[in-house]
Each structure stands twice: as C-alpha cells, then as structure tokens.
Ligand binder design. Structure first.
Ligand SMILES: Cc1cc2nc3c(=O)[nH]c(=O)nc-3n(C[C@H](O)[C@H](O)[C@H](O)COP(=O)(O)O)c2cc1C
Ligand code: SF4
Length: 556
C-alpha cells in the first residue's frame, strides 16, 4: 500500500458508534463490561429487549468488545434467531410465530397450518417456517413468541397470539433440588468428594466401561474411554455439555430435563471430578426457553447449597443453528463465534474450548452416570435384546399410537418398538418405512423392520441410529417427499464453510424437487458430499436421498 493509500484508509473510519449507542450497549453487558466469548449472550439481551438487533448497536458492541464490525455482523447474521436491521430498515413485526416444517410435523400437516396462519394472522405477526423444535411427539408444533403450542390447529395458535402471553413457562412435575436430595440424590457425588483418590476415580471409569455406556448424542464414542483421554491431557481442562438437540425427531434431552434435571447435574459433576475439570459450559438450544428457566432455577438452588465444592458452571444459550450441535461448532459458538465446525486433528479432547482439553458430552450420556453407579454396571448390561446390551431412550414420532420417549432395550427392532411400546401403528396406517436416526440417519423400508436398533448395526444398510430418533412412516406417506424434506433441512442448516455441503445440499434439493429424479447425477452429488465435506452434516446429508433411491424404487 502506498503512503497516500494508507493515509486515505486511516482517514476513512467507516461507521462510528455514537456516545449514546455505546451507553445503550453497555446496559446489555455484564455490569457494563464485555467479554468477547459472551457476545451471543449480549446479542440475545438486545434482541429480547428490542425485538431485533439495530446495526448501530452492533457497531457499539464491536467497539466495546474490540472486535471488527464485520465480525460482529457476521456472527449476528449467522444465527437464525437474530434479526439484524440496518439503518432505514423497519424492525420485524413484534411477534413471531415459528412453525416447524421438519419431517414429523410435515407428516402432521404443518404445511396446511403454515398457509392458514399466513392468511389469517394480521400484519403485527410474522409466520416463519423453522426446522425441528424438539416436540415431535405432539406434532404439528407452532411456537408463539417462545410459547410452544402442541398439536397445533389454527384456532389454538390464534388464541395463543390473542392471549398476549407469549412466553414459555417452566414445566410442572419436575423433581426439584429438594426432592432430588431427599430421595438420596447427590450421594454418589458427595461420596466421591469425600474420598477423591485415584482408586475411586478409577472405579467409576471402570464401571462406565463395564456398562458399555456410549455417547448418546449421535456418534456413540465410549464414555469411559473419552474420560481417560481428556484426563490424560494436562490441565486446565474444560467441559462442554451438549443440549442442542436439533436433529429432527429427537426430544429425549428435553424429556429428561423436564422431569429430573439434577440426575443430569449429578452425572455432570461426577464426570467433572473424575476427569479434573476446571469449568463447565452447558449449551442449551434456544428453542427450549422453559427448560432454560428451569435449569437457571435449579442451578441456583444447587449452587446455594452445594453437596461439595463445585466448579464454575455457565449456562449458554444457542440461537437457532442445528450445526451448533456438532461438537467443535458448539465450542466455536461458546467462544462467541459463528458455529463453524473445526478441521480435525487436533480433536477437542486435546485442544477444544479456549484451546484447552475439553470433555464434551451429550446431556443424556451424563444423565445415566449416577444410576449406573448406584445400581451397578451389571444392571445396565442386563438389559438389551437381539444380542445387544444396555438401555436406549428412543424418541419416537410419526404414525404410531403412542409417540414420545420410550426407554427400551438397546437392540430392539422398530417393529418391536412400535408394537410393544408405542401401542401399534396409528389407526388406518400400515407400517411402510422409518428414519432410524433422525433426518441424518437415512430411511429404511418396513421389510428391514426387524434389524436391531443399535450403533453399527445399521451401517451396512447406509443408515445409523445416531440419537435414536425414530420417525415412523406409513403407506399414506411419500418417502421421496420426506427425503426432500430432510435435504432441504440440511441445505438450510449447512454452515456454508465447505462447498460440497453448501452447494451440494442446495443443488440436491433442487434436483429432488423435480418430478423426475436424475438419479446418476444425484448419486454423483452424494459421493462428493460424502467424500469432501468437513463435518458430519455434509457427510450424512446423502443418507435419506440414497436410501430413497435404493429401497423405494417404486416411488420413482
Ligand atoms: C451435524 C451434527 C449435529 C449434531 N447435533 C448434536 C446435538 O444436537 N446434540 C448432541 O449431543 N450431539 C450432537 N452431535 C454429536 C456431537 O458432535 C458429539 O458427538 C456429542 O455431543 C458428543 O457427546 P456424547 O459422546 O455424549 O454423545 C451432532 C453431530 C453432528 C455432526
Ligand atoms: S459439512 Fe456443511 S455444515 Fe459441516 S463444515 Fe462443511 S459446510 Fe459446514
């Protein structure tokens, strides 16, 4: 750059924050001070307060956090729940009604509901199509403000809009701190803290290994082995708990949190002690506003009367981005950045959150720790079917009489699950197909309905169980339509970082929307996405498409 160009660049300061903007921004920081990693929290505070993110406040936020304006704008516009408004642009309507259009809700006629709502609700209300909101057992679901309306019809949603109460509430029937403690809760954690030696920690890891407890967020990595790996890296070590629960069809984390949050906290704190964790970050999807209020309340109770010294625990709020469930994207998000998966190695166990060794777990994995320690690993492995061991929480939705979370033996088949746990198929529906692991896990025909539902078993069929989100389709459903639904979901949720996924998912969805599928071209696209995508989203995106072509030729 010439000296003249340098002088010109220095004199061109771009948009500046006014003193009034800075004063306003400081109200949203922590006691007037900002921490870079808490940027997303501050964005939430502004959005909650004003209903949108005015550009001049983002400029002020950039100045307070010593970030470039571009970075703050990029981050704010990455997350679906933030509305950035530029100068001269009007703010969005005061109320947003989000209607889920993912697989289970689409089976329950969400499309018709969306159209009716768009025609009926007035100008002051914005109707948005959104991906899965985690209430698939009571589809279709609309969320008015943050208040969920389940099995939603036009009248229910209109009544919720009219009522003026648009905030989600804490669920009832929760086993709270006092009740959990009086039932003997936290005694395993207390015992460990009183006798915290190498042998005690080794016994606990040994129990988890004997129980065969595997990560329940999707990848199924053995929990005990992960604890050993992270523990062996030099501290300080951190922990990140994944409650992003964005995989369409998955609702188990919410189910357990709404009932027994302290069982999860106890498991989390046992893990923290055994592995030697210095601070814990809990990442909760933004869609679970009632659960967030519950966790805040119960964390306060726990920290007010702790069974033993606790590490610092921070509850963080997602902002509507499925990709933030991917562990390294989640870490980026906790650091206050866009949720873009990292290239590996290094794995997060070695260099994760803030560059430290990080133990990341799905919330449900930790939930099982106290019970396995209390009842013994033999109790856990005594369950199982079709040659598998252990228990699994299946989130079942779609065409069954009793959808919901069913705790059943690992290795049960979908046919057994439907008959024994779900009260059979819905009246007038015959079993045709199923997603064994949410949108990413592929689609199998009823003729493969006797396969054991477990890790690895389904790989040979181009599928995986993931978070055990089983969506049941019937003779009245079109597999090709649902495969398209899944592909549109991936296209919407791709973080955009790598071309095979960003372009591949959009291109595939376009081709799949045509009456005739160009199957050789689609297969080529699948191959590129699978081979060249950075993370599991792009690698798994071809699964439902390939299954549709392979198992349901009659639909083409
Ligand atoms: C695209 C994508 C989305 C994911 N979403 C979630 C999620 O919502 N919740 C979760 O626990 N794990 C999710 N995972 C898996 C995590 O990356 C990670 O394996 C898991 O949190 C580790 O915890 P676990 O060993 O206890 O399962 C996702 C993975 C990918 C590739
Ligand atoms: S595969 Fe998709 S979601 Fe994953 S890093 Fe690439 S663009 Fe992002």
């Amino acid at each position: 750059m010439t000296a003249k160009a340098r002088r010109k660049a220095a004199s061109h300061k771009g948009r500046q924050a006014t003193a009034a903007d800075l004063k306003q921004v400081r109200q949203y920081l922590d006691q007037g001070k900002g921490r870079r990693d808490r940027l997303i929290e501050y964005l939430h505070r502004i959005q909650d307060d004003l209903g949108h993110l005015p550009a001049q406040l983002l400029v002020g936020l950039a100045e307070e956090l010593r970030l470039s304006q571009t970075e703050v704008f990029e981050i704010a516009s990455f997350y679906h729940h933030f509305d950035v408004t530029r100068e001269g642009e009007s703010a969005p309507p005061a109320l947003t009604v989000r209607v889920c259009e993912s697989v289970s809700c689409s089976l329950a006629n969400a499309e018709a509901l969306i159209e009716q709502l768009q025609q009926t609700l007035g100008d002051g209300v914005r109707v948005q199509r959104v991906p899965c909101v985690g209430r698939c057992e009571r589809a279709p679901v609309a969320v008015v403000g943050t208040r969920p309306v389940e099995i939603a019809g036009l009248e229910d949603v209109a009544a919720a809009v009219e009522s003026g109460s648009h905030a989600d509430v804490i669920p009832t029937g929760v086993l709270d701190f006092a009740a959990y403690c009086s039932g003997g809760g936290y005694s395993r954690l207390r015992e460990l803290s009183e006798q915290d030696d190498q042998a005690a920690r080794e016994r606990i890891i040994g129990s988890l290994e004997h129980a065969g407890l595997r990560g329940l967020g999707g990848a199924g990595f053995p929990a005990g082995r992960k604890w050993r790996i992270v523990r062996d890296y030099e501290g300080p070590r951190l922990m990140a708990v994944n409650i992003d629960e964005g995989e369409p069809g998955t609702l188990k984390d919410r189910y357990y949190l709404e009932r027994d949050p302290h069982r999860f906290f106890e498991g989390m704190l046992i893990a923290a002690r055994v592995v030697g964790i210095d601070a814990i970050y809990i990442y909760l999807r933004d869609e679970y506003a009632g659960v967030r209020a519950l966790l805040e309340r119960e964390l306060d109770a726990l920290e007010g009367d702790p069974p033993c010294p606790l590490p610092p625990i921070e509850l963080r709020r997602g902002a509507g981005a499925y990709i933030c469930g991917e562990e390294s994207a989640m870490i980026e998000s906790i650091e206050g950045k866009r949720g873009m998966p990292r290239l590996r190695p290094p794995y997060i166990a070695e260099r994760g959150l803030f560059g430290r060794p990080t133990l990341e777990h799905n919330m449900e994995t930790l939930y099982w720790v106290p019970e396995i320690l209390e009842k013994g690993a033999d109790w856990f492995v005594s369950h199982g079917r079709n040659g598998r061991q252990g228990l699994r929480s299946y989130s079942v939705s779609g065409r069954v009489k009793r959808p919901g979370v069913h705790l059943a033996p690992a290795g049960i088949s979908v046919r057994e699950l439907i008959d024994e746990y779900c009260g059979g198929m819905s009246d007038g529906h015959a079993f045709k197909a199923y997603f064994p692991g949410g949108a990413s896990g592929g689609i199998l025909p009823a003729s493969l309905g006797d396969l054991p539902l477990d890790f690895e078993t389904l790989n040979d069929y181009g599928c995986f169980i993931g978070s055990a989100a089983i969506i049941v389709l019937s003779d009245q459903d079109s597999v090709r339509e649902q495969a398209l639904n899944a592909m549109r979901f991936f296209a919407h949720e791709s973080c955009g970082q790598c071309t095979p996924c960003r372009v591949g998912t959009v291109k595939a969805a376009e081709l799949m929307a045509r009456p005739d599928w160009d199957q050789p071209l689609l297969e080529e696209l699948c191959q590129v996405m699978e081979d060249a995508s950075i993370c599991g989203l792009g690698q798994a995106a071809p699964n439902p498409l390939r299954c549709a072509m392979k198992y349901f030729p009659e639909e083409f």
